[in-house]
Write a protein that binds this ligand. Structure first.
Ligand code: SAM
Length: 283
């Protein structure tokens, strides 16, 4: 059976009485070469892969061919019987049934991937992309995250300061990882086709943060406040997170070497770090 052949997929799904659920972001890959390219980009030597949403296993099979071990998490209760059939030959594959958002990722990685290099690789359901990637970087247990996601989100992750795509999520991902947009994937590569173009992004976890800050809590509070009012100046936007007079915030911004009329989206990690350290003194 070819897991990327339309006729084979339709026959398999009909046999299992399966219908696609939009609410679960079910857009299955129907291009074997794309699944191979994602698996090749996502695996490192001696890795244990956590995959989210194996679907019928098109990407899972490619991962199982390259990794020491693959653990996939699937929420849809109708899919485990399908996977039992499609992954039958792969002893290094196991399934966790449930919602990946409710898992303790660090505990799963420690338990299932002892002695291996844990990585995350998935064609993510679009509705959990941002909260799930946020959970991954906070868990800090994966060497890299390689994900097929909406192109717009991939661009936000990789954005440079001063661009429309750049935001607090960009800084979060770039603080914890070094992201790279590898390639785009047209909607014709999926069944059913999503409305948008997708892209594969690989985020390699940093060993050390790119900037040193006095308090990470203050740093993220500053970043969130800096982007809260995108059309306003940084000083005005900062007031959403800091109960300081505008005049004092203006003094601090200037003391950090920034223009009093600069916008939050113009600042890079280093500038936010400098600003957060100055604001920490006020707390
Ligand atoms: N990996 C398959 C492929 O590439 O063809 C399917 C990818 S499809 C975009 C997303 C998959 O994630 C579906 O199988 C869906 O049922 C599953 N899913 C959706 N939400 C989930 C969640 N919260 N936890 C685990 N799996 C989830």
């Amino acid at each position: 059976m070819d897991l990327c052949d339309r006729n084979d997929i339709q026959a398999l799904l009909a046999r299992h009485g399966f219908r696609f659920a939009k609410s679960l972001g079910q857009n299955f890959l129907i291009r074997g070469d794309v699944a191979e390219d994602i698996a090749a980009a996502g695996c490192v030597s001696g890795c244990g892969v956590l995959e989210v949403g194996p679907g019928i296993g098109a990407l899972t099979v490619q991962l199982a061919r390259r990794a020491e071990k693959v653990v996939s998490v699937e929420l849809d209760k109708r899919l485990p019987p399908v996977l039992a059939e499609t992954l039958a030959g792969y002893d290094n594959f196991s399934l966790i049934e449930g919602d990946v958002m409710k898992l303790d990722l660090a505990a799963v990685a420690a338990e299932r991937f002892a002695g291996l290099r844990p990585v995350l690789c998935a064609n993510l359901p679009y509705n959990i992309t941002t909260p799930f990637l946020t959970a991954c970087v906070h868990a800090g247990c994966f060497e890299q995250l390689t994900v097929l996601i909406q192109k717009e989100v991939a661009q936000r992750i990789c954005a440079r300061p001063g661009t429309g795509d750049y935001g607090a999520f960009t800084l979060l991902m770039q603080y914890y990882t070094q992201p790279e947009l590898l390639f785009t994937v047209p909607n014709t590569c999926f069944m059913p086709p999503p409305k948008v173009t997708s892209a594969v992004v690989r985020c390699v976890t940093r060993r050390e943060p790119p900037v040193q800050v006095k308090s990470e809590e203050t740093f993220w509070r500053t970043v969130r406040a800096g982007f809260a009012l995108r059309r306003k100046t940084l000083v005005n936007s900062l007031q959403t997170g800091w109960q300081l007079p505008k005049e004092r915030l203006t003094e601090i911004v200037i003391a950090c070497g920034l223009s009093p009329t600069v916008r939050g989206e113009a600042l890079g990690l280093e500038e936010y770090a400098r600003l957060a350290d100055a604001l920490a003194e006020e707390a």
